[in-house]
Design a protein around this ligand. Structure first.
Ligand code: PLP
Length: 408
């Protein structure tokens, strides 16, 4: 078994080690929940304060033009584009993942008239399934059908308009074969929509190379944009050229929003997927985080992510009552490790009290996210050690660890 000293030696040669000081993490905490809410970049409070006090407080409405507020959804989209293998004009930042999925899925159904089935993964993050239900309810005869990704091919019939899948499974951390699945879906005449919430910032995502049609993703997980920070959407250039129609035709998607015309005339390009005034404080926090990301090499992030998840798996497998739910093969693993334990909820609460923050997803999964910009090999070693102690001592059986909050 690897020792803590050996982990410290790995940290000493870690090319990403310098990023740790870019994050304002509390002392005594090993934060393994960056896959749910990313940590606070040290530069973000100053940037948000500047936007509030100077751009809003002093410059007031002039900032729409002079501080680049109006342009910001596009600017942020251009900055996220290289992280997801997209062209700068194929991405825009706005709204939330759920709202953006509503927009792109509706646009996809309109691009496939005559086809009425949307396929989704029954084990997907439920908001994606709820949105698919909501969208199909608006199209006569349409329905959303839940299938396991490994059974997708059997369901790819002539009625399938679109398939919605998560690149990385939010529970198990399983990574799907984006190019292979996209090709099979498109060969069946359907459109492929990827949800990259759990892969953006965790590994290099290659939407363009895979030929994806649409994608959505959020920025408050691995991208560290802050709680509720705005999401993004991607539309392949070939679809943009055809003028896809999204249903939330608000004024920010209008070709001339400040002409205040009574009829809707969508912008050319990705801008037609905008709806409303951007949430500028959230976008400011995201932009400061992207300033950090811009210095990071995603290939190095991926290499370290795999090293950290390998390390954690090797240290915890065999612990009493633990079963590793995350695939061992690198090609099938995102940046989190999920462990099954019959009493996962109180075990995670006991760990949190010891300063190791993970989370729990029903019925029995303990989730641990590994964020290479602010975690070290020693952190991983310490977390595994704490988990072993929690299980050995049985302290998780104390009644207070079983009380559940609204958010698990
Ligand atoms: C986190 C997450 C979301 C979040 O949706 P919001 O509408 O932004 O709250 C959606 N889908 C997946 C797969 C997620 O992991």
């Amino acid at each position: 078994m690897i020792t803590r000293e050996e982990c410290a030696a790995l940290d000493a040669v870690d090319p990403l080690a310098a990023f740790r000081k870019e994050f304002a993490l509390p002392d005594g905490v090993v934060y393994l929940d960056g896959n749910s809410l990313g940590a606070l970049p040290a530069r973000t409070p100053g940037r948000v304060r500047q936007v509030v006090e100077e751009e809003w407080g002093r410059e007031l409405i002039r900032s729409w033009n002079e501080a680049g507020w109006f342009e910001q959804p596009y600017r942020l989209g251009r900055r996220i584009a290289p992280m997801i293998g997209a062209e700068p004009e194929e991405v825009v930042v706005c709204d939330t993942t759920s709202v953006n999925l509503f927009k792109v899925l509706t646009a996809a159904l309109r691009l496939r008239p005559g086809r009425r089935t949307v396929l989704g993964d029954g084990a997907a993050f439920p908001t994606d399934l709820y949105i698919a239900e909501g969208v199909t309810a608006l199209f006569e005869g349409a329905r959303s059908v839940l299938v396991a990704p490994e059974e997708l091919d059997r369901h790819l019939g002539g009625d399938v308009a679109a398939v919605v899948l998560s690149h990385v499974d939010y529970r198990t951390g399983e990574l799907l074969d984006m190019p292979g699945i996209t090709a099979r879906v498109q060969a069946a005449g359907a459109l492929m929509i990827w949800d990259v919430c759990h892969s953006v910032g965790a590994l290099p995502v290659e939407l363009g190379a895979a030929g994806a049609d649409f994608a959505v993703g959020c920025t408050y997980k691995y991208l560290n944009g802050g709680p509720g920070s705005p999401a993004f959407l991607y539309v392949a250039r070939r679809h943009l050229a055809a003028g896809p129609q999204q249903p939330l035709s608000g004024w920010f998607g209008h070709a001339r929003p400040f002409a205040f015309e009574p009829g809707y005339d969508p912008k050319d390009g990705i801008g037609r997927f905008l709806t409303s005034s951007p949430s500028l404080l959230g976008q400011a926090a995201l932009e400061s985080s992207l300033d950090v990301w811009e210095q990071a090499d995603l290939a190095a992030v991926r290499a370290k992510s795999l090293a950290l998840t390998d390390l954690f798996i090797s240290l915890v497998e065999g612990l009493d009552g633990i079963e590793v739910a995350t695939p061992r093969e690198h090609a099938r693993r995102g940046s989190q490790v999920a462990l099954r334990h019959a009493d996962g909820y109180p075990v995670v609460q006991a760990l949190i009290e010891r300063g190791v923050i993970g989370d729990f997803r029903a019925p029995d999964l303990m989730r641990f996210g590994f964020t290479p910009l602010y975690l070290s090999h020693t952190d991983v070693w310490d977390a595994a050690q704490q988990l072993a102690e929690v299980l050995e001592s049985g302290e998780w059986r104390e009644e207070r660890f079983s009380r559940r909050g609204e958010v698990t």
